[in-house]
Design a protein around this ligand. Structure first.
Ligand code: MEV
Length: 443
């Protein structure tokens, strides 16, 4: 068993790698070479990446791709995506093209409020706490002025602060529940700084509040933190067209396709096993854009899935209907995103991704990301309800299989051409490669 190491973070990068190689690598030389293969020659750029996190020893690459031709509210947008899954960008591009000819995507932001909470314990008279809160409420705003000044100039700030009684769920548990507008920044640091100041003000003011008894003055702040559940930071995106326009090359009428599609969405609205996979497909699109634009995909994931379960049962984030011969398909999704601050001004590819998108505001980015999710879901359901998912998926995965099998350029060309009209499977590719190599050996 490995022995624990003390002071790892204090070692130089080279020392960390040497230690790791000795401790974990089967082939030390090869392992070290792999790590260094991903270093950037530009030292300043490498330092920038090293300093994003602690204990950096290399860079972890993901493909950065473009899904072009998205028409969103009449504007043509090329969407950058960072993702490893073979079929995602191809699927997004196909959806973009499909809807480009049918009126494009429409998107609108419903609201942009973010939430933060100070969780605290107060053992005393409820009415006194409520009176105390109301008497000191203006102080929360005053004490945070140095933090909120700049945000206010940009049109944001603290929207409201409420006292919430949570004692039905846990004895003596209360919250300061605050709402924020953070305009173009994701706002995590801003919100957390405000919350920590609220907590300080709460404790300090309680200590000198005349109506409190000595024990009531002892408010215990448990923690102050933003919430990644943002059901009031929501965007809606939709597509619609007459059902007959859905009739394309899938050997099924527009009406039949629309009806089957609506059924598929309905199943994801009422059945949680399907809902999770359905929403996973949506997140293929959402995460890829969130990541490419330097936003916090873990926060988005957590918030989105909580939203999908907001009525107590996990459900589809998208919905579909046919009304008067019009097929409509839409998504409503919470997205707390930023286009300033954080990685957006640090990571060169993130800056470029935002440039590709035309330097969007956070509201515009919310719309783009929601569209990417809807487009991805449309592509998945379109395949699932017609040809099945594997046909397209395996076609895209073919190159990964060829790389795994270390196929030469000549072999790749022959195999890719063969599988244009044949079903791709791992074993079929292995067999063809084997046959090609045998043929070569005997010729
Ligand atoms: C695969 O990454 C995503 C899908 O499973 C989504 C879905 O089933 O809707 C294809």
């Amino acid at each position: 068993m490995n022995t624990p190491i003390k002071g790892f973070s204090k070692l130089t990068k080279e020392e960390k790698i040497q230690w790791l190689a000795k401790t974990c690598f089967t082939d030390e030389k090869e392992g070290i070479a792999t790590l260094k293969m991903y270093w950037n020659d530009d030292e300043a750029l490498q330092r920038l990446h090293d300093e994003f996190i602690e204990n950096t020893i290399s860079n972890y690459y993901l493909p950065f791709a473009i899904a072009p031709n998205f028409s969103i509210n009449g504007k043509l947008i090329n969407i950058p995506m960072a993702i490893e899954e073979s079929s995602v960008v191809a699927a997004a591009s196909r959806s973009a093209k499909f809807w480009l000819d049918r009126g494009g995507f429409k998107a609108k932001v419903i609201d942009t409020q973010k939430i933060g909470q100070v969780h605290f314990i107060y053992n005393g008279d409820k009415q006194k706490l409520s009176d105390f809160f109301n008497s000191i409420k203006p102080l929360f705003f005053e004490a945070t002025e140095p933090i909120t000044k700049n945000m206010q100039k940009r049109g944001g700030g603290i929207l409201d602060i409420e006292l919430r009684d949570k004692t039905a769920e846990m004895p003596n548990y209360y919250q300061l529940h605050a709402t924020f507008e953070t305009v173009d920044s994701m706002g995590a640091n801003f919100i957390n700084s405000c919350l920590e100041q609220f907590a300080k003000t709460l404790k300090e003011e309680a200590m000198t509040y005349n109506d409190f008894t000595t024990s009531e003055r002892e408010i215990q702040v448990v923690m102050s933190i933003l919430s990644n559940y943002v059901p009031q930071c929501v965007v809606r995106a939709e597509v619609s067209c007459p059902v007959e326009q859905l009739n394309e090359d899938k050997g099924i009428s527009g009406q039949a396709f629309a009806e089957k599609f609506v059924l598929a969405v309905r199943i994801a609205e009422i059945e949680k096993h399907r809902a999770v996979t359905h929403n996973k497909g949506i997140m293929n699109g959402i995460d890829a854009v969130v990541l490419a634009t330097g936003n916090d995909f873990r926060a988005v994931e957590a918030g989105v899935h909580a939203y999908a379960a907001k009525d107590g049962m996990y459900r589809s984030l998208t919905h579909a209907e046919i009304n008067d011969g019009i097929f409509k398909f839409w998504i409503e999704v919470p997205l707390a995103l930023g286009t300033v601050g954080g990685l957006t001004s640090l990571h060169p590819l993130v800056k470029l991704a935002l440039e590709i998108l035309g330097r969007p505001s956070a509201r515009e980015l919310m719309q783009i990301v929601a569209v990417a999710g809807l487009a991805q879901n449309f592509a998945a359901l379109r395949s699932l309800t017609t040809t099945g998912i594997q046909e397209g998926h395996m076609k895209m995965h073919l190159k990964n299989i060829l790389n795994q099998l270390k196929a030469t350029d000549g072999e790749r060309e022959k195999i890719i051409s063969h599988f244009k009209d044949n079903t791709v499977s791992h074993s079929a590719v292995v067999e063809m490669l084997h046959n090609l190599r045998e043929e070569k050996a005997t010729s």
